[in-house]
Design a protein around this ligand. Structure first.
Ligand SMILES: Nc1ncnc2c1ncn2[C@@H]1O[C@H](COP(=O)(O)OP(=O)(O)OP(=O)(O)O)[C@@H](O)[C@H]1O
Ligand SMILES: [Mg+2]
Length: 291
């Protein structure tokens, strides 16, 4: 079953993603993460400005994740940068933290964009990277970035993030269809907040707490069903035989089962789904700069 998702020639996604999960840390709130051993050679840097999380991923010359940082941000909506100054400040700070751990500067980075976002808006993402002090070496659409890591030949990658569910269909390893609809993890948090009379922030924390998730499942299930219906509508008639879920919301236990039921297709969650797209974006940072 798993083999149908993997391109035997690519690096093992499981190894890459486990490594990413170990080294890409939440933004330090006052604490100081230890420095990491010095990395020689070119670095590959990826910036993922999402609706919910900004992720900065750093890979070594071999494409292995060595460090990075992520933090909850609200600077992007529907793929559009809605708080430019905030995005630049946050990214600059994250870059500074990562540089301190690495002991060297990050001079360039690739960035990503959800499919369907107008090019003028995509450029504002590059402007954020540049204003934070890095040359934007490349801009890559998110499904292609995710598939750099997963190497799926035929099937669908569904990215369930904070603000949206993004569907990408692959044939022979190439994206042949994409769609993006505005239902994501934020909507699950809003349902929890409304039902329990909590602030959005409190609901967001509760939703991510493993001890609460089975109790919250019936409350958020209708949102998951809506995601399933969106996915089903887009993949119907497209000869898709399996689905891989990426994005932070696919961490909610049971979401794969709900989506499998609605689409009637085998559905699995990628390992450490939060880091698939950021690592894939970093793989596109193929700068020839030498240090
Ligand atoms: N353990 C968890 N369980 C459930 N949801 C989670 C968990 N960890 C993170 N999330 C949710 O994942 C979402 C963020 O995922 P991700 O970083 O993929 O989104 P994004 O890229 O910022 O958003 P988008 O792609 O929609 O712009 C948030 O809604 C967050 O609450
Ligand atoms: Mg995203």
């Amino acid at each position: 079953m798993t083999e149908t998702f993997l391109n035997a020639a690519g690096p093992d996604p499981e190894v890459l993603l486990t490594r990413a999960h170990d080294v890409i840390l939440p933004s330090p709130n006052g604490h100081k993460p230890p420095p990491i051993p010095p990395a020689q050679g070119d670095l590959h840097v990826g910036v993922d400005l999402g609706t919910a999380y900004t992720v900065l991923a750093v890979l070594d010359e071999q494409g292995i994740p060595i460090t990075g940082e992520y933090r909850f941000t609200q600077v992007v909506r529907d793929g559009l940068v809605v708080d430019y100054i905030g995005a630049v400040d946050i990214l600059r700070e994250m870059k500074h933290n990562v540089e301190a751990r690495l002991g060297r500067d990050l001079t360039h980075a690739a960035s990503g964009f959800p499919p369907g976002v107008p090019m003028a808006e995509v450029r504002s993402t590059a402007n954020v990277v540049e204003a934070a002090g890095m040359v934007c070496s490349d801009l890559i659409d998110e499904p292609t970035a995710a598939n750099n890591v997963l190497s799926i030949r035929d099937g669908a990658i569904v990215d369930i993030g904070g603000g949206a569910t993004g569907i990408a269909i692959f044939k022979d390893g190439q994206v042949v269809y994409t769609a993006d609809e505005a239902t994501g993890g934020t909507h699950m948090s809003l349902v929890i907040a409304g039902g329990a009379d909590l602030s959005f922030e409190a609901a967001e924390e509760k939703k991510k707490d493993p001890a609460q998730q089975s109790r919250l499942f019936p409350i958020v299930r209708p949102v998951m069903e809506k995601m399933g219906t969106i996915i089903e509508k887009h993949i119907r008639g497209q000869n898709v035989d399996s689905i891989v879920l990426v994005g932070g919301t696919s961490l909610f236990p049971g979401i794969d089962t709900v989506i499998a039921e609605i689409t009637d297709l085998p559905t699995r969650v990628a390992s450490h789904p939060l880091f698939v797209t950021p690592v894939g974006i970093a793989m596109h940072d193929q700068s020839t700069y030498k240090y």
